[in-house]
Design a protein around this ligand. Structure first.
Ligand SMILES: [Zn+2]
Ligand SMILES: [Zn+2]
Length: 253
């Protein structure tokens, strides 16, 4: 069933549910399993309460809720120029190399997977939109998006997280704001993402969005999907432009 073609509510299963779960990843968050259970209902209720401003959220995705999700996407378009790899060698999102190859000593661990994924994961960008909605008082930008193997080698980086699984979110500082306040603001944003998006600081749990701790990312917020299982890191989850991010093609579940 194509996303948007039927009302979605608890008990329903399908590719359209997976698409819904992805779009609402920044509201609590759940598995993209296509199974509309109590966790998905809580996601929908959070969106209805916090974005649609409904005092009695139903947890049912009706026409008004579909339209509100579209409006939410339109209100927070993602600027893909900020996400492109700066190396000048790849076309902005790597060259698709190194699938199934790992850094020395890290065989089989996603953390060390060298694959240059074909874009940025849609889930993390939809989740970023939720952050933008919760903090409309802050002006955000992506200070780093895709960094391919060429770029990493040039900078001597050993982490492959930014091969499409991570974004660094920065805030534009108001005049007079110093580094200390910037650090406090980034801490507050991480706290908000833990509370509202069920993100974790660090990478302990599987299938949860991860944040780098403050000692690694003092004045920015690094947000990633590194700990998702391979089923949720298939090529079809990655996008290279706004149309790809907002597309309604079914996700196989
Ligand atoms: Zn590159
Ligand atoms: Zn980062």
């Amino acid at each position: 069933m194509a996303y948007g073609d039927r009302v979605l509510q608890q008990g329903v299963r399908g590719d359209d549910v997976a698409e819904l779960q992805l779009r609402l990843a920044g509201f609590r968050g759940t598995l993209l399993d296509g199974d509309f259970g109590p966790g998905t209902a809580l996601q929908v209720k959070a969106f209805q309460r916090d974005v649609m401003r409904l005092s009695q959220p139903s947890g049912v995705v009706d026409r008004a809720t579909f339209q509100a999700i579209d409006a939410f996407a339109d209100r927070f378009p993602i600027d893909f120029r900020q996400l492109r790899c700066p190396c000048g060698v790849c076309d902005g999102f790597g060259q698709g190399r190194f699938k199934g190859l790992y850094m020395p000593g890290g065989k089989g661990l996603e953390q060390f997977h060298r694959y240059e994924y074909p874009g940025v994961h849609r889930l993390i960008l939809w989740a970023a939109r939720a952050l933008f909605a919760y903090r409309e008082d802050v002006k955000f930008l992506f200070s780093s998006g895709y960094r391919c193997a060429v770029e990493n080698e040039r900078k001597g980086r050993t982490t492959t997280n930014h091969h499409g699984k991570a974004v660094d979110i920065d805030t534009v500082l108001p005049p007079g704001m110093g580094k200390r306040e910037d650090m406090e603001r980034c801490n507050a944003i991480r706290g908000l993402l833990v509370e509202k998006a069920n993100a974790q600081i660090g990478w302990l749990a599987r299938n949860r969005k991860s944040l780098e701790p403050a000692d690694i990312a003092p004045t920015w917020v690094h947000y990633d999907v590194r700990e998702y299982e391979p089923a949720y890191l298939r090529d079809e989850f990655f996008c290279r432009d706004l149309a790809g991010l907002n597309r309604r093609l079914p996700i196989g579940v």
